[in-house]
Design a protein. Structure first.
Length: 95
């Protein structure tokens, strides 16, 4: 069995595969890359890049990215705190 769903089972390996898919406009992978950058899973933590990838995924209708970006607006992490924007994104993710 492999960890992270990739041969070798490393977080860095999973990040590389996710990045390859994200660069080909696969929105679930864009969300994964955003999460990885946010939490430093397989990549160095980088809030700016996390936001970039979450926003790209949101423009493609990724429900998870809408929820996670909403969380960032709710908390004000890396973006101006905005309950209104958080609610808007949560409503998108609930459709």
């Amino acid at each position: 069995m492999t960890e992270f769903g990739v041969p070798g089972g490393s977080a860095a390996g999973a990040f590389r595969w996710s990045m390859r898919a994200a660069e080909q406009d696969y929105s679930p992978a864009m969300n994964d890359v955003g999460y990885d950058y946010l939490h430093g899973r397989g990549a160095l933590p980088d809030l700016s890049r996390a936001l970039q990838w979450y926003r790209r995924a949101v423009t493609r209708g990724d429900l998870y990215a809408e929820k996670y970006l909403g969380d960032l607006y709710r908390s004000g992490l890396g973006v101006p705190q905005s309950d209104a924007e958080a609610v808007r994104l949560y409503e998108l993710s609930a459709r």
